[in-house]
Write a protein that binds this ligand. Structure first.
Ligand code: FES
Length: 151
């Protein structure tokens, strides 16, 4: 089934009495991996909501992405516990090896790199999360080995 057909199916299943926009945007992002303009236009027309309002909601919530994301999502913790234990150096090592800045996605769409304020595992500081995997007590020199797990 094409992505637009999957989106169409999600639109048909909507309960229009329950503020359908955010759930539909979440489903759309699950289908595409991000929110392309084509899909947002389709949603705008299907729900009869101005495109500007759709964009307003998308840009308000940090969970939505207007650019393609990498297949693997890296979160480098920059919270206090991680910061004092060298989290910044780990982030710099990630940026160096991936050749992207924080918030960016590699050209091959393999990795996206983000920072977070705490991953809830401060005792493991500094912490990096790749998809659902936690890496604790990370040293900058360990970054290539961690990334190799996702090659
Ligand atoms: S500050 Fe990094 S896990 Fe809590």
């Amino acid at each position: 089934m094409t992505k637009i057909a999957q989106l169409e199916k999600s639109i048909k299943k909507l309960d229009r009495n329950k503020g359908p926009l955010i759930p539909l945007l979440q489903q759309t992002q699950a289908i595409y991996g991000w929110l392309p303009e084509e899909a947002l236009r389709h949603i705008s027309e299907a729900l009869d909501i101005p495109l500007s309002k759709v964009y307003g909601v998308v840009t308000f919530y940090s969970q939505f992405y207007l650019k393609p994301r990498g297949r693997h999502c890296i979160k480098s913790c920059q919270g206090t516990a991680c910061h004092v234990r060298g989290g910044k150096n780990v982030l710099q090592a990630l940026e160096h090896h991936l050749e992207v800045s924080e918030g960016g996605t590699t050209k091959d769409l393999k990795f996206s790199l983000d920072t977070v304020a705490c991953l809830g595992t401060c005792f493991l500081a500094p912490v990096v999360m790749v998809n659902e995997d936690y890496y604790g007590d990370v040293a900058p020199k360990e970054v290539p080995k961690i990334l190799k797990n996702y090659e």
